[in-house]
Design a protein around this ligand. Sequence first.
Ligand code: SF4
Length: 388
Amino acid sequence: MKLSKLNFSMAQITRRDFFKEIGRECLIRGILPCWLFALLKSTHVYGAKRAEILQEARYYKKLPHGRVRCHLCFRGCEILPGKRGFCRNRENINGVLYSIVYAKPAAHQIDPIEKEPSFHMIPGTHILCTATASCNFRCKFCHNWHLSQRSMEEIPFSIIKPEEIVKKALEHRCETVSFTYSEPTVFYEYMFDIVRIAKTKGLKTLYHTNGSISSEPLLDLLKYMDAVTVDLKAFTESFYTDISSSELEPVLQTLKTIKSYGRHLEIVNLVIPTLNDDPVDIKRMCLWIKTNLGKGVPLHFNRFFPNYKLTNLPPTPIETLERAHRIAKEEGLEYVYIGNVPGHEMNSTFCPKCKKKIIHRTHFSVSAKEVKNGKCRFCGYPIEGIWA
Ligand code: SF4
């Protein structure tokens, strides 16, 4: 699950309220307010409506009468002149498709890598996260809806070029640049240019996605991406249709492509009471993961809290998460976690062979690592992930 973002509405907020809101969110989330402030001090645009930096989109075709078809994600939007795609971020201007959010992040901050979550990638290090407005899903439970369910004109953004993002990551000693909070696919061109530069500077790269990207752009991106965290929101088409206005099948295809390309993959399943917590579906999902991706792919069962349009449901009972954990282990998955429950024993990593605790973790904080050269320090069992 992606954690909630800043609670503001561009229509009403003053600069003072904006920073007050950031401070409040920092306290709630336990992130590093002074670092965040240092980053935001460099903001070039505050409250601007639309800066005229446009980047021609990739992965689209021109059609008769000035129309275009975007192939970046499963939706394949046909877009008339002057209109935008479903994601609100790609606009047809005189028969040419543009990414209108290029170099216009609405969020950029430093987080622990565990917050992504990415538990098997250089644990205890920091990531510089970047996101623009909007998304190509409409999840009723979205914890980042202030960002993801808004178009770029509705929220503040900065103007930050790709090379400046990389420079900030290096300056703030982040080992990784990450793309998260909203759906990074809908700012693909910006992300692509950042990771291309980041790799030349020795940084690692991480993409947290809903998995709905088409295969050609995904394969191009994976050349520069070290790891991907995918939200597998449920294992039924009905959930994807009714709760997220999207589709399951493209997500499954994305998972297989990432794995077969050989990139590090982790999966997050936000368990929502009554909507996707059926043990039969969880068992089918775990079996599918083991069969198609392998038993070593880390799986995170995260706790739901009421938010956005799903405020009528209670938080996920801990027992439901523990039941899901038990099912996954019985199906043979090696690394299964319980998330959004700080202090739960299953925040930590255990060696599948000798069963010893090899990464001591409390929520996002790592206190001990017993993985040496990618192997359990106690018994030598190879642990899937990126450790160096
Ligand atoms: S990326 Fe946006 S415009 Fe392109 S197909 Fe997906 S929703 Fe439509």
